[in-house]
Ligand binder design. Sequence first.
Ligand code: SAH
Length: 224
Amino acid sequence: MLARLALPDERGYDRRRAALVEALRTKGIVDERVLDAVHRVPRHLFVWDSQRHLAYHDVALPIGHGQTISQPFTVAVQTALLDLAPGDRVLEIGTGSGYQAAVLAELGARVYSVERHADLLAPTEALLQTLGYRIKTKAGDGSLGWPEYAPFDAIVVTAGAVGIPDALRRQLVTPISGVRRGGRLVIPVGDASGQTMRRLVRTGADTFDDEAYGDFRFVPFVQG
Ligand code: SAH
């Protein structure tokens, strides 16, 4: 696909990435499409040079401004919960390194992503473009969603929120029986000590299913 991938893999990144995929499988990720997407995204390019040797360990890593690229297991869990079909419109809140956005793009989604730190976003936009990912990004407050492009089939928040912003629920697709599924919102909710992964599925104009999917620890979602 990309000239870069034809370069000699001197550091063994391809082999390490394959091992990461197997580690995720062992930890319970069963969605083969998600595992394939993780297999295709060169995570070592989304972290600092000084962190590259850790890029295929299942750990979060610093990306600047006190933020982190999420642990691959967490990315895989959130991505699987979004239950994407190719062509789905997905909004990510918290672009950060761009890694999660790239994984979503590999699943064939049309990806929109909002990041509050403009100076984190600039190098990320350049990287995503270099790698050939067509992802629409903007700097701003993700708790408002992105009304101009709503509704979304899926929304993923990649920072730990204290509550579920109403604007995000409202920007989920409303289902039509037999025609289209309701939108899914995947968001970690809790306090600084940890968050529970929640998935809301829109079932009607004012109704949502809400389920919990285990405990995680994210950098804070800054609201307002
Ligand atoms: N998805 C990213 C994870 C980055 S960490 C990745 O794959 O690398 C979470 C990100 O959410 C941080 O970059 C942080 O600046 C951003 N963030 C926190 N609150 C936000 C808000 N209200 N709106 C937009 N971005 C926000």
